[in-house]
Design a protein around this ligand. Structure first.
Ligand SMILES: [Zn+2]
Length: 165
């Protein structure tokens, strides 16, 4: 974890990071979770409406130890996690004929909406198009950046840098 944080702070100096901004959805009266669930794979979509067991950490104040407890939750209650852990690993999650912003949006979902620069998004898109030639891969980062800046559908926004302590 500490290693991750260090790497991220290194990156911040180099490139502007983006993420999917939940508050943008709220401001526009859109249901973020619904939009994300619409990207579920077939088997996850079939499980909607059912319940699942989720492991949740619980902290025991007396012993000072953390343990886990199982809780029943509706399937897909945390849709970003479902996509990260399942749907984004399936073939066809990102397809060559998708619009570029849709592909970018899905890369953020596949990473659990971790803020990252568009350069990294592009590197990951490469994995979805090993032969090259996909329309979203042909775009230089500057063009991708302009597309994201003009986006008023996906809520992809620059991630504010934390104030230095
Ligand atoms: Zn799935």
């Amino acid at each position: 974890m500490i290693q991750d944080a260090l790497e991220i702070s290194q990156e911040m100096k180099e490139a502007k990071r983006y993420f999917i901004d939940r508050t943008w959805y709220e401001q526009n009266n859109l249901d973020f979770d619904e939009v994300v669930r619409a990207r579920f794979c077939e088997s996850c979509r079939a499980k909607l409406g059912t319940e699942t067991e989720e492991r949740v950490p619980v902290f025991d104040k007396k012993t000072g130890r953390a343990s886990f407890e199982f809780r029943r939750v509706p399937y897909g209650a945390n849709p970003v996690r479902t996509i990260r852990d399942c749907c984004s690993r399936k073939k066809g999650f990102i397809a060559p004929d998708m619009p570029a912003l849709e592909a970018v949006f899905r890369i953020y979902l596949a990473n659990g909406n971790q803020p990252m620069p568009l350069e990294h998004v592009r590197e990951q898109l490469l994995e979805w198009c090993p032969a090259g030639g996909c329309q979203w891969l042909m775009l230089p980062v500057e063009v991708l950046e302009r597309l994201v800046a003009s986006d008023n559908y996906y809520g992809i926004r620059p991630h504010a840098l934390p104030v230095a302590a």
